[in-house]
Ligand binder design. Structure first.
Ligand code: HXC
Length: 292
């Protein structure tokens, strides 16, 4: 769906790019001609991913940096080191941390473990790149991976929902503040995409079982990682650079399903609907009879 050299000459950094959705997006960028940098906490995982992707796409480069984005000084040092080898043209804020828990059971350290990655780490990354782009008058694009909870909130993942909502507001704020520097910021709000990291922490009692989403998602399925990678490539492309400050869901309409008063009726059969129709018609008939 994209021209083969869409990202020729571009260099993108994907946080958490060694595994899961981050890796999928990075591979898509490389497939479309970009060189990439991936960072994460596990150096060996990053290196293995980079090796595999470079073997698959000869001529392309994937550099790796082991870093914990919760540490502002480490982020600054990494970005400095990356820039020595050449500037970036884009940043994908994909790294995240999350687990389900009753909120009353969360310690301050538990809250911080999530907020320091998602809210603080994303800001450190974005600002470290942004100030360089502004100084160099370099056009760039930032894409952050959020969830639809930024609009609705979500029980049992409060630190994540709060932190990602903060990143949504950062996206809107900086889209305005930095547009005049040629920097645009957008975000994707994915629904359920099964990856090892997320599933272990969000579906612990239902490992390997995606059935819940067959009934709870209007499209009756979870997301395909390639769909997210395509969306990311679309938004990173300069061909759509007038898109700025947006948070776009890719969730089969799951995020808005619960908002409909009658969403629970998705499971009704044709026979149920026939009964409903007859009940309404008999109520109408009874009303009419009283009018005459
Ligand atoms: C309650 C918990 C907990 C749990 C940890 N803590 N897990 N509390 N329930 N399940 C508490 C600990 O007791 C501790 O507090 C504090 O949190 C820090 O725990 P650590 O294990 O020391 O933290 P750390 O090693 O920094 O681990 C970070 C992490 C971990 C976020 C907790 O899960 C992680 O590294 N995750 C990265 C990958 C990830 O989460 N991927 C999924 C992303 S999915 P005390 O007070 O006891 O010391 C996502 C959105 C998906 O982001 C959207 C789907 C629709």
């Amino acid at each position: 769906m994209f021209k083969a050299d869409l990202f020729k000459g571009k260099r993108f950094l994907v946080t958490g790019g060694g595994t899961g959705l981050g890796r999928m997006m990075m591979e898509k960028f490389v497939e479309l001609g970009a060189d990439c940098v991936i960072c994460g906490r596990r150096g060996s995982v990053l290196e293995e991913t980079a090796k595999q992707v470079m073997a698959k796409y000869p001529g392309r480069r994937v550099d790796t940096h082991a870093v914990d984005i919760r540490v502002a000084t480490a982020v600054e040092e990494m970005i400095e080191r990356i820039w020595v080898t050449g500037p970036l043209d884009g940043l994908v804020n994909n790294a995240a941390g999350n687990f389900i828990s009753q909120t009353k059971d969360l310690s301050p350290r538990a809250f911080d473990a999530i907020a320091n990655i998602v809210l603080h780490g994303t800001f450190y990354m974005t600002n470290a790149c942004g100030k360089r782009w502004i100084a160099e008058r370099r056009k760039a694009s930032v894409l952050s991976i959020l969830t639809t909870w930024v609009w609705t909130g979500s029980p049992f993942v409060v630190p994540s929902a709060m932190s990602k909502a903060g990143v949504a507001v950062m996206t809107q704020s900086l889209a305005v503040e930095w547009a005049r520097h040629g920097i645009r910021l957008n975000a994707i709000a994915p629904g359920p995409f099964p990856t090892e990291g997320a599933w272990a922490r969000l579906n612990p009692l239902k490992e390997g079982d995606d059935n819940r989403y067959n009934t709870r998602n209007p499209m009756g399925r979870v997301g395909r990682p390639s769909e997210l990678a395509n969306m990311a490539a679309f938004l990173m492309s300069e061909e759509v650079e007038y898109i700025n400050g947006e948070v776009i869901a890719i969730d089969g309409a799951m995020g808005i399903m619960g908002n409909g008063t009658f969403s629970n009726m998705m499971a009704y059969s044709d026979a149920d609907w026939q009964r409903i129709r007859e009940q309404i018609q008999s109520a109408n008939a009874a009303d009419r009879a009283k009018r005459s």
